[in-house]
Design a protein around this ligand. Structure first.
Ligand code: ATP
Ligand code: MG
Length: 249
């Protein structure tokens, strides 16, 4: 912890996450726009009481089952994700047997390399989507945002997209991929097009997702299928909005 953030501050966790983002920005991982996107997330987190709701836990269970049932899952990593949750996504990658792919809204070679470097430094086995490896293209998107790795997102059946833009989430859905989003805004396009939306802060959601995977990894395939079958994403989004409404009235 730095000297600037007093340990007794009621928003300590939130301030420490900001600090990680600013460090990520200084190290060239986070785009300026990423700092602003984080602010939008924070506002929703504030309204959600900065805790994981029971509905987010339902989505986390369904996400865990979906990842364990996947043929070829993948986890998309952008600058914000690498700045605040590098260790967590690497751990998730191991438990879910899903590789990590750098996937940037504002593609920039230096930033891709900085993100790759941090992930490798923190123990990732390999990182897809960097430089010329992002040689495949998603349909219906403009040039830089289309690029994906032909070994990764392009051929995956399940894609975990934390903090993703709505256009790209939609493009992935149109390609027939199963999408697990982590997004604090239950009204975002990403949240509404995803098959499973975890409306929670990535810093809480990924550790819970890892625990959920550990908890159900020994279940039979049809038991995992049942968890997925009974999950209702529209309900989860509606319930998240109810929590927000309750915080305001
Ligand atoms: P969309 O394009 O899906 O309609 P948007 O334009 O509002 O959404 P983007 O800037 O494209 O949002 O993506 C950032 C999303 O990530 C926002 O919805 C924001 O709420 C969410 N977000 C930001 N920080 C976090 C975080 N720490 N944990 C979870 N979600 C976050
Ligand atoms: Mg957007």
């Amino acid at each position: 912890m730095t000297k600037q953030v007093p340990a007794t501050h009621p928003r300590l966790k939130s301030l420490l996450i900001r600090e990680r983002l600013v460090n990520g920005f200084t190290r060239g991982l986070v785009a300026r726009e990423g700092l602003i996107a984080h602010g939008r997330g924070e506002a929703f987190d504030y309204l959600l009481g900065e805790k994981t709701s029971a509905f987010a836990l339902d989505a986390i269970q369904a996400a865990a089952a979906t990842l364990l049932l996947a043929r070829q899952p993948i986890i998309s990593v952008n600058g914000n994700v690498a700045a605040v949750s590098a260790r967590d996504v690497i751990k998730l990658s191991k438990y879910a047997k899903a590789p990590l792919e750098v996937n940037l809204f504002y593609r920039d070679k230096q930033r891709e390399l900085a993100i790759e470097r941090k992930l490798l430094e923190y123990g990732a086995a390999k990182v897809y989507g960097v430089g010329s490896h992002a040689s495949a293209r998603l349909p219906e998107l403009d040039s830089e945002r289309r690029k994906v790795d032909p070994r990764g997102i392009l051929v995956a059946d399940v894609v975990v997209i934390p903090l993703e833009d709505g256009d790209r989430a939609e493009a992935l859905v149109k390609m027939g991929k199963k999408i697990i989003a982590i997004d604090l805004n239950p009204l975002s396009r990403t949240a509404s097009v995803a098959d499973i939306t975890i409306v929670d802060n990535i810093t809480r959601a990924i550790p819970s997702l890892i625990n959920a995977i550990k908890g159900i990894s020994n279940l039979a395939g049809d038991e995992k299928q049942k968890i997925v079958g009974k999950f209702d994403n529209k309900r989860v989004l509606a319930k998240s909005l109810e929590i927000i409404r309750g915080a305001i009235t």
